[in-house]
Ligand binder design. Sequence first.
Ligand SMILES: *Cc1c(COP(=O)(O)O)cnc(C)c1O
Length: 446
Amino acid sequence: MESSLEGNLKRIHDNHAWQPFTQMKLAHTPYKIDRGAGVYLYEGDRPIIDAVGSWWVNLYGHCNPRINEAVIRQLETMEHAMYAGMTHEPALRLSEALSAQSGDALPRVFFSDNGSTAVEIGLKMAFQFFQNHGRSEKRHFISLKDGYHGDTIGTMSVGTRSVFHKMYEPLLFDVFHVASPSDDFDFAAGKVKAQACDAALEDLERLLREKGDTICGFILEPLIQGAGGMKFYSPEYLKKAKELCKKHDVFLIADEVFVGAGRLGSYFAFGQSGVWPDIIALSKGLSGGYFPFAATLASEEVYRGFYSDDRMHTLFHGHSMTGNPPGCVASLVSLEIFEELHQNGVVQELEQWHRRLLINLMEGPAGKHVRNCRYFGSVAALDVNLDSGYTGDFAPKMLAKSIEKGALIRPLANTVYLTPPLIIEEEQLDTVYEVLESSLEEIVGG
Ligand SMILES: *Cc1c(COP(=O)(O)O)cnc(C)c1O
């Protein structure tokens, strides 16, 4: 389908735009989105269901009236004030509310602007904690294979060296990558298999035994490895990994940038394991997808490692826009909405719609093109059977085809996933699956 970007705006795009993760020479002209409302983005008057929550950030719909109203009120009061030497009510209220979501296991809240920085701050906390304690040898990190933690130098370093990040290898610091517990989904049981867990835990245990004295932190994405291919794993792993980390004096850093803020049915995904990590990084859905806004939560133990008469023990990190009041307010209202949805079992219901619609898909004509259908909370994913060589083409074709049919679906290589806003209605999700099935048939079946 042709983009509606034309005339002067097309000229500006061609002369001045440089978009993320985009080879500008090869990319088609982008679709021009004119407004958003609820689950819909509008190209002119044409509604497109945002089935991926605009890069996983949108949880409560576009232009949510409640969030809008609170943000507008905040803008008329104070748009921003320096968050050092001064403070303000929105940041304080949000700090308390986030801490409460962890049952006060992680009571200290450090604000920043995006997922990558929230993760990077967590890494600096774990690293400096041991430096402050004179244990300078504890300075390395462990991360899971297939992990993704962001695009800055530090977060690329702890991530898997994907094709995108290989280029920057000479700039990255070394980390220890351990086996991922991710496993196939047992559809009948409605949950991920836990067979890969044991081997992954053994790998972690071996590494900690051999190198634990040199390690300050272990970073992982709890329950779903997102950008690495929407790979699911069992909460059991988190529980045991936490025990192992504790035994070896290593901080467990949960990158909840994707899975947190309610995406998987609990505010923090880690909460589903029955234990808590030492540090949590949060962004994307934190502000309902409204602002470049993020938070890193820390346990009191981590915080106490910096609380000192020695100024050199200060956490030397800060961004100009830290604690931005409209971001705080959007996050507070988002949290309120989440609690109401949670009380009404909305995410559990959405999970069941995913299940029903995936069964439909597997039994229908598109079923032969897919494998490992899976769902968890608001997330559904499946892998498409493709001839080798076709993989590179598939994602842009699916994007174009789905938008033409009225839903935004943007695969990761041959993994198709759906991460709709939590407020999507059943008929709207039906439509998304219709678009998905017919697009699959036309692209892969044809
Ligand atoms: C998106 C993402 C990040 C990076 O967040 P940005 O806001 O894009 O910098 C980090 N970790 C995970 C798990 C993510 O999904």
